[in-house]
Design a binder for this molecule. Sequence first.
Ligand code: NAD
Length: 493
Amino acid sequence: MGIGEFWPVRTYQNFIGGEWVAAKSGERFENRNPADSREVVADYPKSGESETKAAIEAAKTAQAGWAAQTPVARGRVLSKASEILASRKNELAELLTREEGKTLAESQGEVQRAVDIFRFFGGISYTLGGQTIPHDLPGNLLYTTREPLGVVALITPWNFPIAIPVWKLAPALVSGNSVVIKPASQAPAMTMEVAKALSEAGLPKGVLNVVTGDGRAVGTELARNPDVAALSFTGSYSVGTQVYRQLAERMARAQMEMGGKNPTIVLADADLDLAVNLVARAGFGLTGQACTATSRVIVEKSVATAFTEKLAAKAKSLKVGNGLTQGIDMGPAVSVNQLQGNLEYVALAQKEGAQLVAGGNRLTAGDFANGWFMEPTVLTNVKPTDRIACEEVFGPVIAVVPAGDFNEAIQIANGVDVGLSSSIVTRDIKKAMIYTEKIQAGVVKVNQISTGLALQAPFGGIKKSSTDSFKEQGAGAIDFYTRIKTVYLDYSA
Ligand code: NAD
């Protein structure tokens, strides 16, 4: 089905103890297509504390049986789920676009990422184990084992509604934990479809539980309930800090991955066409709604005008529209609130003295009338201390900040309280190397887009972007979901 043709509304329930169940109150909420808000895409139970308690109880009951299976047997379930998702890739990608708004190509990439992550952790299952350490005495064995934590809770954002749930679920499940997950209310459909795939792949009842609804009510129960051994959260700093405090009160294990204000530094020696291309992809791709999106470009003054002119031209050339349309470069904002927030930041930046050189407006004509669309936006002459240069916008808004030289560019890049991703565009290998050493960010790129991650490599921020004690993704992601036991065994007698 194409543009203008609406899908039948999908009615989802909570997934608790292997059953699809309504919220006790019977209350529900609906999601509309951000590209055409006349389409109701899906509706969900509005759950709170009691549904969350039931989900935790179901997870607790199922956990020991799941942990008793070998890691390889658990890995087979993930590999099978990977195959099931792959066989439904096109349908899932279209559903993702209808609910969250990103372009079909972006959704297909994201569904493929989920397929690959399950496959990766299916393989990792063959390597899960401990370490043998030489003992100081003969006839003694010293080794470690890896154990699951028990019930773990996952709270996820809307902007990667299948990749993020899966990059938390895969290491949690393969390690032998049971899970309660609460997806963001703007886009829960992908988590529901992943639950279906895992169930079909043979995941025992109760090992995975999904609860939708009120973030505060569900999230507070997940953070405070003593049966939840650990909680992994991805979302905003304001919510992340609240959840972290609740976990700290009972000293529960916490992993909080939050926002960024990601710079791309453009040096005077850079190929400006390459720089513009990288910045536009990293800043306007995914409608700027990526935690690793470039939202600040710090440009050496001598090339700032030339770079800005090219970036503005590129922004004006991008095709905005319904993500289901062929050839579209950028979809809508996820919601009217997100759109309004983006536009408010553009107005604020201009008040602070920035100059608008491309975009800045909501799009409302013709096909745009029923969606949350805005133009790709470039602001220049931004000062490092302006709010637009320091705060996450989470939309297609790029701030160009001129810098006197390389050292000042690094100083400006590091002058914010977050540190998620970053990039530099230069032909100077020495400066590139100094940048990799000095930049305060968890992801450091040279001549690449600040977005885009390898699933086999560790990911996470520093400073206020993350609690930074455990990384996500890569083989090391299992560290958060396991504990290590050290065994001393004397067989000398
Ligand atoms: P959000 O903080 O509003 O919501 C995240 C999740 O928390 C949702 O499931 C929400 O329902 C839930 N929630 C809301 N209130 C809660 C409460 N009081 N207690 C517990 N849970 C609660 O974030 P969002 O708008 O969904 O996502 C956008 C943010 O996520 C951006 O800041 C972005 O940078 C960040 N993000 C970070 C990464 C990363 O890996 N660092 C990845 C993607 C997104």
